[in-house]
Design a protein around this ligand. Sequence first.
Ligand code: ATP
Ligand code: MG
Length: 385
Amino acid sequence: MSPLLPGATLGVMGGGQLGRMFVHAAQRMGYFTAVLDPDDSSPAGRVSHHHVRADYLDEIGLARLSGYSDAITTEFENVPAGALARLAEHRPVAPGAAAVAIAQDRAQEKAHFARCGVACAPHAVIASEEDLAGVGDELLPGILKTSRLGYDGKGQARVASRDELRAAWEGMKRADCVLEKMLPLAFECSVVVARGRDGAMVNLPVQRNLHREGILAVTEVHEGCVAPAQARRAVEATRAIAQGLDYVGVLCVEFFGLADGALVVNEMAPRPHNSGHWSIEGADVSQFELQVRTLAGLPLVQPRQHSPAVMLNLLGDLWFREAGREAAPDWAGVLALPGTHLHLYGKLSARPGRKMGHLTVTGENVNRVRATALQAARLLGIAPF
Ligand code: ATP
Ligand code: MG
């Protein structure tokens, strides 16, 4: 396939914030964009040239999206793989339905990691009474996770005993699940890789992530944020995982670092990732431009980080710091700090736990960037890190 050059139209399944930042990157480079999302006021739909308001499996909607688009990507992990397969009958689609289907299912995802020789947490698949009875004691305490449709810690329960495990599984309506051993995490990190149709691969530097209550809170990216040996292993593992899927597009792999120096893979997302948002201001090629380039078949160049970066997620909780009253955070105070870059996704209402935006801080050195990020966190009511 010869590259789709600026002037072509790039389509995206899903209208959330990831789609919005993809649309921004594509438009900056001179592409037209089309978004399919059922929500009238979706963050990406509102900034795209075309917005198809339809469900992900609506035949007419899919036909309209492929009518507008010269190639189509996805921003929403739970887009039914069948819809992507359908679109691929008419247009280039990246990532492909097969890779997305694996990433949508924790059991298949872990099997893929094993095939690529990358270790993950000890776990068992629980799809039946027999599976439940056969769980070894060594997996407790553990975390029971639904195999499909989980995000931001939803669809997960921490279980300390067999009784709790059974109760949690019943609570999840006996859905297919994976029970993972609870690991003593020293830190978490992730790597974003982009792979073209020709197999060329580039990656962003390793990102150190802090989660709170199962939701990403802070990402830091600077020299030494992860020890060099572990950073190297994370990048190698991510590349092997993408290669093993014959992946085309942007892929993010999340890892757990353990106290004994071991690194185990957690999960992957077949799209740009919250932990890669810093790259918009901190690197010369962002994860969203990488998504544009892989979809359009443009050359990939290794991104260069030109500034240390700290990203703070802005959750809806920040709007509810005063009891009983919704109030916008002190944006003016935050923007008075040099090196702060505010992103708000245009969501109409704030709710606790909802991702409303993020703030990236860049600057000339790590100490300055961390100090500014901590100042911003204090103004916003985000706990120090
Ligand atoms: P998302 O897709 O939004 O990243 P998710 O809902 O798929 O999140 P996970 O990545 O599986 O959730 O888990 C969320 C967080 O919970 C992890 O980043 C980690 O902090 C913690 N966690 C998950 N599994 C384990 C484990 N086996 N041991 C210790 N902590 C864990
Ligand atoms: Mg996760």
